[in-house]
Design a protein around this ligand. Structure first.
Ligand SMILES: Nc1ncnc2c1ncn2[C@@H]1O[C@H](COP(=O)(O)OP(=O)(O)OP(=O)(O)O)[C@@H](O)[C@H]1O
Ligand SMILES: O=P(O)(O)OC[C@H]1O[C@H](OP(=O)(O)OP(=O)(O)O)[C@H](O)[C@@H]1O
Ligand SMILES: O=C(O)c1cccnc1
Ligand SMILES: [Mg+2]
Length: 496
């Protein structure tokens, strides 16, 4: 068989982006007649990435796109029909493939909007619908949301370090985990707070501003550095940033100034210079002084070279005069944490006789890995200024008691009663009803603006990089009691 052309990587219908076991389970549910039993799954992570205090939810628009296009093409079905078990028999019988051919997406989906800050154990998505369908969504939803949330969070941390005024350019494509990794990373990085990308496909696809400077090869292609700068200025008289470190950085800055003077004489201004090696604190201070002295106080100083949030923080402490940060590898590969460990867990299943719900639980040796049963909503309590104070997970299938108390699910002795007048908002919003989209999706730029407001609304103690304060996420007391009893019921009680 021919390998799919690369353009196929971005085809709209990608229902085989899944793990085989989703399809084998789907067949099994169908065989058992369980395909339409109503089920509820939650998608959540347990621990914020980068040892940080929060994450920025991301990926919903991509997930919605995937779900809206959820269907099996003839080509998909032909492939599935060709699969064989170990004894050579077809893995999936023709009647089941026919069932998949006719399958329509009919789930209800709730989600936390992209850009919202989220914490461990909070469902970012809740899927309610026929068991077989809800199961088939797992892999793609996790693939999308885990990576998008990871990179958006990394970008938010880089924005935190750079501050609101500096420009941040994402330069990662060449070091990304493949084309799709690069494209997805550019989207999530923009959502999380960078200003622009060098990734042209991401610009076309998502409307992200595209920006860039030039490479060392440009300088090396000319007989000397000033000639190279002059030639670039000729091509882009109002959009030039000169890379000054090919031979000697400060000599490069002097050459840039020489050409900037010629540009000014012709009515143009040099946009900036870029430093890509050496001591970026020292070199940026020296470069700033040379540029200011020469009458170019507005010429920007771009820095690149394996930068990330801790390095940016350090450079700022060292008095670096960098106002534009070019960030590649560390951002798009989430270098210090390769993946977000989001999971998708069954939390409720309609009883076979339709008499109500069975709430389900995945047990674990560790309490932190034991899932939370119910049909959950996340309620965020805020102070007078609208700043988040604490979140409460509760089961929407049960009535809420009059007096609400948050219980730390990992230390039930830690409790907070909720003041009856406390303001709050519910974070999970309806996205699909019976398979039809009911939410108007914001633009990527709107989600980005939302993300910036959200991160800013968090207390600095939660935003800091080193040992951040733990934001309180509690279970509503009756949910906690229910969960504890369910754990006791399910866990084998071995005699001492
Ligand atoms: N003042 C600084 N404080 C802390 N780290 C810095 C400082 N200046 C640069 N760095 C970082 O140090 C790392 C390595 O830089 P180093 O000078 O060793 O190599 P380089 O500049 O990449 O050399 P070259 O590209 O010429 O091979 C980079 O991640 C860079 O961002
Ligand atoms: O360092 P990153 O955060 O990944 O940012 C992107 C890097 O890619 C470019 O050069 P490249 O690394 O390809 O070559 P060079 O460093 O040898 O110039 C650019 O000059 C940056 O250094
Ligand atoms: O435009 C740039 O300066 C750029 C683009 C990609 C990678 N490094 C730098
Ligand atoms: Mg490099």
């Amino acid at each position: 068989m021919n390998p799919a052309p690369l353009s196929g990587l971005y085809a709209p219908s990608l229902s085989l982006v899944t793990d085989l076991y989703q399809l084998t389970m789907a067949y099994g549910y169908w065989q058992q007649g369980m395909q339409d039993r109503e089920a509820v799954f939650h998608l959540y992570f347990r621990k914020a990435p980068f040892q940080g205090g929060y994450a920025v939810a991301a990926g919903l628009a991509l997930a919605v796109d995937w779900m809206e296009n959820f269907s099996f093409s003839e080509e998909d079905l032909k492939y599935l029909g060709s699969l064989r078990g170990s004894k050579g028999a077809a893995l999936f019988p023709a009647e089941f493939l026919h069932y998949l051919r006719e399958l329509k997406f009919t789930c209800n989906v709730e989600a936390i909007p992209e850009g919202t800050v989220v914490f461990g154990n909070e469902p970012l998505l809740r899927v309610q619908g026929p068991l077989l369908q809800a199961q088939l969504l797992e892999t793609a939803l996790l693939t999308i949301v885990n990576f998008q949330t990871l990179i958006a969070t990394k970008a938010a941390r880089i924005r935190e370090a750079a501050g609101p005024q500096d420009q941040i350019l994402e330069f990662g494509l060449r070091r990304a985990q493949g084309f799709d990794g690069g494209l997805g990373a550019s989207r999530a990085a923009y959502l999380g707070g960078v200003d622009a990308t060098s990734n042209v496909l991401a610009g076309q696809r998502y409307g992200i501003p595209v920006r860039g400077t030039h490479a060392h090869s440009w300088v090396m292609a000319f007989e000397d550095e000033p000639t190279a700068f002059a030639a670039y200025a000729k091509a882009f008289p109002d959009d030039s940033v000169f890379l000054v470190d090919t031979y000697d950085t400060l000599e490069g800055v002097r050459h840039a100034i020489k050409i900037a003077r010629e540009m000014r004489a012709n009515g143009h201004e040099l946009g900036g210079i870029r430093l890509d090696s050496g001591d970026l604190a020292y070199l940026s201070r020296e470069a700033r002084a040379l540029l200011d002295e020469a009458g170019f106080p507005k010429t920007r100083i771009v820095a690149s070279n394996d930068l990330e949030e801790n390095l940016i923080t350090s450079l700022k402490l060292q008095g670096a005069r960098i106002d534009t940060w070019g960030i590649g590898t560390q951002l798009v590969t989430a270098y210090n944490q390769a993946a977000l460990g989001g999971v998708y867990k069954l939390a409720a299943l309609r009883k076979a006789d339709d008499s109500g719900w069975d709430f389900t639980l995945k047990l674990s040796e560790q309490l932190i890995k034991t899932s939370i049963p119910g049909i959950l909503q996340v309620r965020r309590y805020t102070n007078e200024k609208g700043q988040p104070r604490a979140d409460m997970l509760y089961n929407t299938a049960e009535p809420l008691p009059e007096q609400l108390t948050l219980v730390d699910p990992f230390d039930p002795t830690r409790r907070r009663p909720v003041r009856s007048e406390a303001s709050f908002k519910e974070l999970l919003e309806p996205v699909f009803r019976a398979g039809k989209r009911v939410l108007e999706l914001p633009t990527l730029a709107e989600s980005r603006a939302h993300a910036q407001r959200e991160v800013q609304s968090l207390d600095p103690s939660i935003r800091r990089f080193l040992n951040p304060h733990v934001y309180p996420v509690g279970l509503e007391e009756s949910l906690n009691t229910f969960r504890t009893n369910l754990i006791l019921e399910k866990r084998p009680q071995r005699p001492a």
